[in-house]
Ligand binder design. Sequence first.
Ligand SMILES: [Zn+2]
Length: 376
Amino acid sequence: MNAAQPASESYIVDGVDLVSLPKVSLHDHLDGGLRAATIVELAEQTGFPLPETDPDDLADWFVSSADSGDLPTYLTTFDQTVGVMQSAEALARVAREFVEDSVADGIVYVEARWAPEQHLRAGLSLDEAVEAVAAGLEEGVRDAALNGYHIEANQVLDALRQNDRALEIAKLAVRHRDAGVVGFDIAGPELGFAPSQHQEAFDYLAREFFPVTVHAGEADGIESIVSALVDARALRLGHGTRLLDDIELLDGDDPDETIAVLGDVAAWVRDRGIAIEANPSSNLQTGAWVGPFDEHPLDLLYQLDFKVSVNVDNRLQSNTTLTQELARVADAFEYGLDDLAVLTLNAAESAFIPATDRQDLADRIIAAYDLARAER
Ligand SMILES: [Zn+2]
């Protein structure tokens, strides 16, 4: 099952190197994207015990440990990353490097999601933790601008679905909405922890008109997606892989023809433009998708006009980048540049920023793809 092996070493699609094309990263965990060398350095500073102390060995450890086939085991690898992210300095450094690595990946807009409640062990308050990440993101953005590269980096705050701090985190997010916190999410084990268990938080966010995305349809089925849509009023779905359960595929009149019949949930998601944050490599590691990569449901959803975007989930655990994920998807489903442009525009149109900013982002993407097509 080794999901972390690139399907192809090449990132060339239709004669264009994907690295340089502008990308939008919507589902990118701050605590799942650390550099292994940084983890080693931060652990040395605080005496935090690691399973491996050589950066290359540690990177391999993350991939193999995450290759577990179930979400709860996969999530245990975050004990190491969260363990070294307990001071303001560490959070700011990780956030700055997150932006630097995004720039190297050709990303022009990124939402870094993370759970502040996991970063209080050394005495930080929730607000101090959010401010530290904001400072790191801002520094990365400023440094990139000095080099002539424009990137926007915002935060999405996660509450852990197995805990009972969701209302507190929702209020934290709204408190920092003018300082780059643009969304709210719940993360952690999905099975047994439906969004409805945090009803007060989601009702509060709705009254504040604060955008919500929810991990749903990854490790649980359609009822979890229903709760994300109805109880949490989610505008986006993290993964959404199990939407497949609400789509019936029938044989058409022609031998090669397949007719898709959407149930009410799948139809709502497609027809209302609820964004799907697909994370194919991660899904192979956690068992959210047990088939081969080239049968991942993101292709069916894309063909059926769902608003699908391609995302990394956790670059460290999957040893990947957004460029590599897009290349893998292009390779698996024989997508060309036009498909990658649609997937990227879907992400831009789903970003938790004002409509005018989303349009600017889309214009930049369209211009870059046009230029790439003209120059090849
Ligand atoms: Zn995720």
